[in-house]
Design a protein. Structure first.
Length: 257
């Protein structure tokens, strides 16, 4: 089971939450505390996306680093991460679902302009369970998936709606509900940022949130012992930015159960 996090706020080094924090993403990759039935070691690569620190001009298009190597073995990334400063980032470590490829292109974050996206979990019954949902995508979207994986398909479903200008909150909620209806028992923890706001879902896995007046950090697990960390309830969606956050249920009286 993968681990991921996203940060927005004052510029920090890329290594700060990803490599250096007491329970950083690197530490979570081999010593997670809450896997809820998933695998233990995230050995199948990792990725990080960030935004150039443009002197307060706001984030532009995202940059990305992905590899199939474990995060603890990549000295090149460690050197890069120590020098790169960014006002926003999204990073993920991967434990590949059995039968899915282990390649850099299969790793989050997936990127499109300013958007960075990650999926922590699995789609049950893949691929047949979501064939009808995939069939609703343009053929070119299917032919240009980053990889033949459930995460890449989820990104294609999300990206199509974002490109159409739909509200990210509604996009994530609709994708999670439709996939959960088609593929019960899926774990659908989606993480999305445009460099200013973070959107995330908690669906059958852990997710925590830390927000203050200057920054917002959403992660599979708290990266430190700061007392302001709050667990996001299961089957909920969170929207977070510096100084503000809200959570809302993904289930309704007529929704997926």
């Amino acid at each position: 089971m993968c681990r991921h996090l996203a940060y927005v706020g004052p510029p920090v080094t890329l290594s700060s939450p990803v490599l250096d924090a007491p329970h950083s993403l690197r530490h979570q990759s081999y010593a997670p505390t809450d896997m809820r039935g998933g695998g233990t070691v995230n050995v199948d690569g990792f990725g990080a996306g960030w935004y150039p620190d443009a002197d307060g001009a706001g984030p532009g298009d995202a940059l990305r680093y992905r590899t199939a190597s474990p995060i603890w073995s990549d000295a090149s990334f460690a050197a890069l991460a120590a020098t790169v400063r960014t006002p926003a980032l999204l990073a993920a470590v991967r434990s590949a679902t059995t039968g899915m490829p282990v390649t850099p292109s299969a790793n989050a974050p997936f990127v499109d302009g300013p958007w960075l996206f990650s999926h922590n979990g699995r789609v049950s019954g893949w691929p047949g369970s979501v064939a009808d949902l995939a069939g609703g995508l343009p053929v070119t979207d299917l032919l240009t998936l980053d990889a033949p994986t459930d995460a890449a398909l989820l990104w294609a479903l999300v990206r199509r709606r974002l490109r159409a200008g739909d509200d990210p909150t509604a996009v994530l909620a609709d994708v999670v509900r439709s996939v959960a209806a088609a593929a019960p028992e899926s774990r659908l923890n989606l993480l999305l940022t445009d460099g200013a706001t973070i959107w995330a879902t908690a669906w059958s896995h852990a997710l925590s949130l830390r927000v203050d007046g200057e920054s917002a950090l959403v992660a599979s697990e708290p990266v430190d012992q700061h007392p302001s960390w709050t667990e996001v309830p299961d089957r909920h969606l969170v929207v977070a930015r510096p100084g503000h956050h809200r959570t809302e249920p993904l289930l309704t009286t007529t929704g997926v159960r």
